[in-house]
Structure formats: C-alpha cells, structure tokens
Write a protein that binds this ligand. Structure first.
Ligand SMILES: Cc1ncc(COP(=O)(O)O)c(C=O)c1O
Length: 306
C-alpha cells in the first residue's frame, strides 16, 4: 500500500487524506472515462526539489481531456500551481504525482454529459518503478499476447483511465510468467510500447523508436531522449519496428515518468546484446539523472522548483 501523506488537492482545496472521498456512482468508476498524468519530483544535489517537465505533463493532461471530450474548468497555470502546492504542503522532497480528472456522481449511462468534472492531485513517495537492479542491470521482458488497441479504437494520444485495462492484463500476464514488463505489439504486429513506457532500440549506434502514428502515447521521457540524443549527436529515427528486430538489437530500453530509463536485457528469453545494460543506454541514463538529481544546470527549463 502506498504511504499515506497529509493532504490531497481536490477541486481547489487541500483536504485531509482520509477525507478525499468519492461516491460509488461516480461515472468514471463505472465506465473509465477520465484522464490522468504520472509525474516525478526529484531532489537535486543542491537540496532543491524539482518537478520534471511539469508544464508538458499539465499540457498533456488538458489535451487528454480535450480528446476525451471532458471540459476541465482549471487552466494550465492553475493546475501547474496546484501540483506544486500539493508537493509543498506534504513536505516531500521526492515523490510521484498523480493528477486525475474524473466524472463524478450525477447521471448514469453512457450519454451522461452533465456529470461534474473533478480534479484531484495525489502525491506519494515512490521508488524506482522497475527496481534499482532493473535500472542498473536491465529487466526481462516478454511480448504480451494482448495487442495494443489501434488508433481508431483507443485514442492513444490521450492518457485515458480505461485504456489501462489493456496494460494491466498485459502486465499481469507477463509477471505471472516470470518476467518484469510486457512489450505490446500493435494490431499489425509492429512494436507499439510497453504497459506504461515507450520502447527504444539501438542498432549500430542509432536509436530507433515507433513513430507517433502508431498506437503509442507521446511520452514526455521519449521526447527528452530525442533532445538528449540531439545534444550528444546520437542519430535517432522514428520508424516501424518488428518484434524480431528487438531480438537482434544491440540495446533496448524503456522510457517513462515512472520507469525513467530502464534497460531491457532479455526479451522472450533472448539476450539483448551481451545481456547487460548497453553503453548508449547508460550514457542516456547518466545524462538524465544528472539533470533531475545531479548538477547539470543546462536544462533548468525542464525543472519546476518546488
Ligand atoms: C501507455 C504509456 N506509454 C508511454 C508512457 C511514457 O510516457 P511519459 O514518458 O510521458 O511518462 C506512459 C506513461 O505515462 C504510458 O502510460
């Protein structure tokens, strides 16, 4: 169970953890139409707490709501401030942050357009998502038997609550089979993403990742990788990737706000490269952690100081 904090931001007020309650007829609870974000706050070497790419996360939250046809009554700057206020009031130096927009109690049925729209922001302490060892040595992944819903089945550019049923089924399937994360293919059989991460592979010094036209979320960490590659002069290409291309890649890694940059050392029982974290993955990880936790001050525009 996650460690309880003091306050939760709920519709403009900071309420006690135990008082942040919803009614069982809340619409999102029944049908899954809601949108959310996952964001990390880090403590830097200088003691400052910073939220990584908060502006982009707030922007994606509101765009997800727009795609889902949900009208949010808070502006981007109000949500941005509310996120920082929630971290401050809970006195956490590092945490994970979960803004969630959901439809509350009112009508039932699918065509309920007048239900109240709520926004909550919950923060909690959360260590590495796929384990410290996973970050350093890489994880074992398996291609899931579940397919990513296609681009006109799910609105894949939105982080919609109900979409995650597919991810949960895939994750449970591979964990029950003894692996740590699922790689999910799209309806044509190309690599899409993982359950809550984008997928990158490296072949002969070049980074490859599926294009946005595929059924993938436009990851903010994915975008960060593009920026870092451009600074480090590592070539990067967005193109379709087949499952067996992953098997013979030199390196494969996942990116996500929760998983950060996690190497994959094995997929479907095939070793990737020499079966360890690869050198380019390591270089990108080091650069990322220097920005969020270290002393690289060249990317302060990505960091919102708490
Ligand atoms: C399905 C899915 N793909 C990719 C990602 C990675 O996105 P980001 O790097 O913005 O966290 C996430 C996480 O939000 C996700 O849920």
């Amino acid at each position: 169970m996650i460690e309880k904090v003091d306050k939760i931001w709920m519709d403009g007020e900071l309420v006690n953890w135990d008082d942040a309650k919803v009614h069982v007829i809340s619409h999102t609870l029944h049908y899954g139409l809601g949108v959310f974000e996952g964001i990390r706050c880090y403590k830097r070497e200088n003691g400052q707490s910073v939220v990584f790419r908060l502006k982009e996360h707030v922007d994606r939250l509101l765009k997800s709501a727009h795609i889902a046809g949900i009208e949010v009554r808070w502006s981007a700057s109000q949500v941005f401030k509310a996120c920082l206020d929630t971290v401050r009031v809970n006195k956490l130096d590092e945490c994970y942050m979960r803004p969630l927009v959901f439809l509350g109690a009112g009508d039932m049925g699918l065509f309920s357009v007048d239900n109240p729209v709520h926004l909550v922001i919950v923060v909690w302490r959360w260590g590495t998502y796929l384990g410290d060892e996973g970050l350093e040595k890489g994880i074992r992944a398996k291609v899931s038997s579940y397919t990513r819903p296609g681009i006109n089945i799910s609105m894949t550019k939105a982080k919609i609550v109900g979409h995650y049923v597919n991810s949960i089924l895939a994750k449970r399937e591979v964990i029950n089979a003894g692996y740590q994360e699922a790689v999910i293919l799209d309806s044509q059989g190309y690599v899409a993403e993982a359950t809550g991460e984008n997928v990158f592979m490296i072949k002969r010094g070049k980074l490859l990742t599926p294009p946005l036209g595929c059924s993938i979320l436009n990851g903010i960490t994915r975008d960060t990788i593009f920026e870092l590659c451009s600074e480090m002069e590592i070539p990067c290409e967005e193109r379709l990737i087949s499952r067996d291309e992953l098997y013979i890649a030199d390196e494969v890694f996942l990116t996500g706000s929760a998983a950060e940059i996690t190497p994959i050392r094995e997929i479907d029982d095939r070793k990737i490269g020499d079966g360890n974290r690869g050198p380019i993955t390591k270089q990108l990880q080091e650069s990322f952690f220097q920005i969020v936790r270290g002393s690289d001050d060249n990317h302060m525009h990505w960091l919102a100081v708490v």
